[in-house]
Design a protein around this ligand. Structure first.
Ligand SMILES: [Zn+2]
Length: 240
């Protein structure tokens, strides 16, 4: 299946290199040359991976034969067991060309991103940071902060003391809760600024850890520090 969705990711790569991970050297020059004209293919046939692994393999082989600039992996993260998701990622990693970026569509939980990066995924997109910001669920280095909770009503600390974003530098948890409780649009704006900053920082750390060959250490530290499951863990709870 051809699609244009990844053009945005390619444009981001061209402008900032922000979305590339483990294969910056292989992704960036090619995408920079092609820019918005990059042609991507999505190996997503078979939404039920266990039943359609063979179809997915055939789809991937047929698409790689057409020499696309990058390959998207879709039809995953739809409720299948995590073991099957990881198996599909590993199979795809083996089949896709090593010199082309891989884009995993629609998955953004920290644990899922880390697992996918370990299995060769370079690009992601997900509504999680912005959607959760609008509903007051904020990612921090210590776990998720649900800003509407009463315990933050007089909490004068910044949302995340380890964060350097505009929101954390200028406003307290108590003020953010006040804005949220009053249904002020500023709450969505400030919360979104923070969550996007958190994710950009998260991906920056991943890139640095790949370059220093310390991805496993980063993964262990992030999953340990973000203890509560809403933040660190994936939607799949069948595998620890
Ligand atoms: Zn912040």
């Amino acid at each position: 299946m051809l699609h244009r969705r990844s053009d945005r990711a390619a444009a981001t790569v061209r402008r900032r290199g922000a979305a590339t991970l483990g294969r910056r050297s292989r992704c960036l020059p090619r995408l920079a040359r092609r820019g918005l004209a990059s042609r991507w293919a999505g190996a997503r046939r078979g939404c039920r991976p266990a039943a359609n692994a063979e179809l997915r393999r055939r789809s991937t082989e047929e698409l790689t034969a057409l020499d696309f600039d990058g390959y998207a992996l879709g039809g995953l993260g739809l409720g299948e067991p995590k073991t099957q998701l990881l198996d599909m990622l590993e199979r795809s990693d083996a089949l896709l060309p090593k010199d082309r970026p891989r884009y995993l569509m629609g998955m953004g939980y920290l644990a899922d991103v880390l697992e996918a990066v370990e299995r060769g995924v370079d690009l992601f997109d997900c509504v999680l940071p912005t959607r959760n910001a609008r509903t007051g669920s904020l990612f921090t280095s210590g776990g998720t902060v649900v800003i509407k909770n009463r315990k933050y009503a007089r909490d004068e600390r910044p949302l995340d003391e380890a964060c350097g974003c505009y929101t954390c530098r200028n406003f307290s948890r108590a003020y953010l809760r006040h804005l949220y409780e009053r249904n002020e649009i500023t709450a969505a704006v400030l919360n979104t600024i923070h969550n996007l900053h958190f994710y950009l920082d998260f991906f920056r750390k991943i890139r640095q850890s790949i370059e220093s060959n310390s991805l496993k250490d980063l993964k262990r530290n992030i999953l340990k520090s973000t203890k509560d499951k809403d933040n660190a863990s994936s939607r799949f709870n069948d595998v620890a």
